[in-house]
Design a protein around this ligand. Structure first.
Ligand code: BGC
Length: 396
């Protein structure tokens, strides 16, 4: 198997001292009256007059976005007067349990957790609950526990839906009699988000698959068949190479590689570049706006990415946390004062024990034609040649 440049595999470590953009967007939802203002100490001050500490557990540094999340969260919480304990757990569930146990032992006042495996934290979070530490599931829902109070994420189903709609519109599926070939690459089965992304895309394209306008030459049409453990770029590369060797070596044309996110799209695009001989440039979808993928978009190797502004996600998380830490019960009314548009949802995210109240931000489609939108967030900038984008964080 050909190896892939590890720099682009997402291990982009962002430096401290980020340039944070002003959080944009209007507000949505929320018709009930504003929650009462805290009567006790300010949210950042603990009852004994000290500073409150927030424990942040991120999954790994090996995928670009979590470096951003960790740094944005840390900066924003510290700027708001909190102490922060930030841990990355190397995509190892045991380590993440240990890291969170350490935070509980350190008596943090709140836990923010992006789970590696949504189903492996129940016992640890039982301990958090016994210690009266509230838990926010950050970006990924934590399953099988009643100890999680809130979920802050993007509308995950919509992420996949946007990918499916993009493919539908690019191919003109509603106005053509042609048939097209598509292959799917999904995410990590341990990540509760991955199924939402896949379903959002698949449900959108299913009518065209059913009518025969879209054909899946490999026959791999279920999430389980196309999942990518750990969202690994190398695994996605290898899987696509195998698919191309088995179903496309006779000159069959691949029109679409529907990839759930950028780390998998990176591997799939690499496989297409090295192992596909069809002559066309298949549509390749992604999600996140990772720097290497934005480069591929400029170069025509990837077609789109669904962008989720994780600086806004951090900002919304801060507001939810502040409310919890000042003794409030955040609800729909909080959306009126959030720094980014988010819907309050009390129906969609059932973790097998309870429906977790959720704040869901809005994702956006980015293509070669609207990369400037990313620059406008303040989180990206054009490089010296005005050709590719780079992170503002990496250069400050
Ligand atoms: C996140 C995606 C990310 C993926 C891999 C998911 O839980 O929502 O943004 O691409 O994990 O890191």
């Amino acid at each position: 198997m050909k190896t892939i440049n590890k720099v682009i595999a997402g291990a982009v470590t962002l430096s401290m001292g980020l340039t944070l953009a002003a959080c944009g967007g209007g507000n949505s939802g929320g018709s009930s009256p504003a929650a009462p203002a805290a009567t006790q100490a300010p949210a950042a001050a603990s009852s004994d007059g000290g500073t409150k500490t927030v424990g942040i557990a991120m999954p790994t540094k090996s995928l670009e976005r979590w470096n951003r999340d960790g740094e944005y969260l840390k900066k924003q919480f510290e700027d708001a007067g909190y102490k922060v304990e930030l841990k990355y757990s190397d995509n190892d569930t045991n380590q993440q349990n240990n890291d969170i146990q350490g935070m509980i032992a350190d008596k943090v006042d709140l836990l923010l957790i992006a789970a590696i495996d949504g189903s492996t934290l129940s016992q640890t979070l039982g301990d958090a609950k016994s210690a009266n530490i509230p838990v926010i599931a950050y970006d990924r829902l934590i399953m099988d526990t009643d100890a999680v109070s809130y979920y802050v994420s993007f509308d995950n189903y919509t992420v996949g839906k946007l990918q499916g709609e993009f493919v539908r519109d690019q191919l003109g599926l509603d106005s053509t009699d042609k048939t097209f070939n598509i292959e799917f690459t999904a995410g990590d089965p341990a990540d509760n988000n991955a199924g939402y992304f896949f379903n959002g895309a698949f449900d959108t394209l299913k009518p065209y698959i059913d009518s025969g306008k879209l054909v899946i030459p490999s026959g791999k049409s279920t999430f389980e068949q196309v999942a990518t453990p750990s969202w690994s770029t190398d695994t996605a590369l290898e899987n696509m190479q195998n698919t191309l060797a088995s179903y496309y070596s006779d000159g069959t044309i691949l029109d679409v590689a529907l990839c759930s996110n950028d780390s998998t799209a990176l591997g799939v695009a690499q496989a297409i570049t090295s192992d596909y001989n069809g002559g066309n440039a298949p549509i390749v979808t992604g999600q996140d706006g990772d720097i290497a993928n934005l480069r591929n978009i400029v170069d025509g190797i990837q077609t789109m990415t669904v962008y989720k502004n994780v600086n806004d996600e951090a900002a919304v998380t801060l507001e939810v946390s502040k409310a919890i830490l000042s003794g409030q019960t955040p609800d729909a009314s909080l959306t009126d004062s959030l720094p980014a548009k988010a819907a309050f949802d009390t129906e969609s995210y059932n973790n097998n024990v309870k429906v977790v109240p959720s704040y869901l931000l809005v994702p956006d489609v980015i293509t070669k034609d609207n990369l400037q939108k990313l620059v406008d967030t303040g989180l990206y900038q054009w490089d010296a040649d005005k050709k590719y984008l780079e992170s503002t964080a990496a250069t400050t």
